[in-house]
Write a protein that binds this ligand. Structure first.
Ligand SMILES: [Zn+2]
Length: 415
């Protein structure tokens, strides 16, 4: 069993001295900070990637946080529109919002973390004002080029006041994969109260804690994700600020997420049975008990041992090994498991801006997937297990030539 410290820390959200560390993934670079060859000479920024559970408000959070401006800046590497899977996902979400949520075209729509405008562009036309908030300047400017109204700032109560003075109240505030990126969620809840119409709705989609625990997907834990949400914890958080959840919906994106729908406590919207059902499931799974998290941490350590053992065995047999997909998740796996160029010759990736760079911390060269099958590596370790089906389907030729993939979720194996 994982050793636990006797000194409980202060919870960032409820201020109680009830935060208990349960998993330490060690020193970690910024997951998205891919390096140029010149940067390999410099000392890399690292921090301790450690996760804790608050026994009072049930929120799971990083113990040490990296400042947001180190993460979401003008060189932010992730453009939402690059993935066709995500494009379809946002089209479905926009469609559902249009039919179920919108009730007054004179009211505003605000998207927090609007990235390159992939969702925002699908919501314009349904409201008088559609406003994107996106602190990363390069992705925000990609959205502006499409004629979208985007503000390059962090969403906080001072911006919320400015928005409420300039625009009509919001019938919708939406954010996908963004709530977990906001350090001060009390400030977020306050800001929601300022901009939302009395009958307005907020929708957030974030990686779901129970999925992470079931799949042993510890690679979802990295610098940008300050929090890992259960419905139980979100309900406690929002209730503290006069807000409530009225519907929840499990979705498959990012390896298993939860879409939550919320409104003001006083709203006429009735609470869907999905909320009650999910709370019961979480209760049954022990989401409010520290012991569940210690069991998870123990399994994560076993998962690392079995992966390292498998890769070393293949290497000892004289096989050539590479990585596939230079993802943030990959950075966590490689660093936590100590996998570097002794094991993987290259990491293949189809994002042009990452090619020619090196993986953070482990310094494995990143090369284009164009030559993947012709290079004929024996084994390719998939570093973005949530896209495994897509990758395996795309690289049919590699498998036809006798190449094999390795995955580690839920256990290390050759596929
Ligand atoms: Zn707390």
């Amino acid at each position: 069993m994982n050793e636990i410290s006797l000194n409980k820390k202060i919870c960032r959200l409820c201020d109680a001295p009830s935060l208990q560390s349960f998993l330490d993934l060690g020193r970690m670079p910024i997951a998205n900070a891919f390096l140029t060859s010149e940067q390999l000479k410099d000392t890399e920024f690292t921090f301790n990637l450690e996760v804790g559970f608050c026994e009072k408000c049930f929120i799971v959070q990083l113990i040490d946080m990296v400042e947001p401006n180190k993460l979401f800046h003008e060189n932010y590497a992730y453009f939402s529109s690059i993935s066709s899977v995500m494009d379809n996902h946002f089209a479905d979400l926009a469609n559902e919002i249009n039919t179920e949520i919108f009730y007054d075209p004179t009211l505003s729509v605000i998207e927090i973390g609007s990235n390159d405008g992939i969702l925002l562009s699908k919501l314009t036309g349904y409201a008088l004002n559609t406003i994107g908030i996106e602190p990363s300047a390069n992705v925000a400017s990609a959205a502006r080029k499409q004629g979208l109204n985007v503000i390059s700032r962090f969403f906080d109560s001072s911006l919320a006041v400015e928005l409420s003075e300039k625009y009509n109240a919001a019938q919708l505030v939406v954010g996908t994969n963004v709530l977990c990126h906001i350090p001060d969620l009390n400030e977020l809840a306050k800001s929601l109260n300022i901009v939302l119409d009395d009958e307005g709705v907020f929708i957030f989609e974030d990686p779901y804690l129970l999925e992470i625990m079931h799949k042993l997907a510890y690679d979802q834990i990295y610098d940008e994700h300050y929090y890992y949400f259960s419905v139980t914890a979100l309900q406690v958080l929002f209730a503290r600020h006069g807000l409530r959840l009225f519907k929840v919906e499990p979705i498959s994106v990012h390896g298993g997420s939860m879409r939550i729908y919320g409104c003001k406590l006083s709203s006429k919207r009735s609470t869907d049975e999905s909320v009650v059902r999910q709370l019961a499931i979480e209760d049954e799974q022990g989401i409010s008990n520290l012991s569940s998290y210690l069991v998870f941490a123990d399994k994560v350590q076993q998962s690392r041992s079995s992966l390292v053992e498998l890769l070393h065995k293949l290497k000892d047999e004289g096989k050539s090994l590479v990585g596939y997909a230079a993802s943030s998740k990959g950075t966590v796996i490689l660093n936590y498991c100590g996998i570097n160029t002794d094991i993987l010759d290259y990491v293949y990736d189809n994002t042009p801006s990452k090619q020619g760079l090196y993986t953070p911390g482990t310094h494995i060269p990143i090369v284009s997937t164009d030559n993947f099958s012709s290079d004929k590596p024996d084994y390719a370790f998939i570093l973005a297990w949530n896209h495994m089906e897509e990758i395996v389907a795309k690289e049919e030729e590699f498998r036809n030539q006798g190449g094999k993939f390795v995955t580690h979720i839920p256990e290390a194996r050759v596929v």
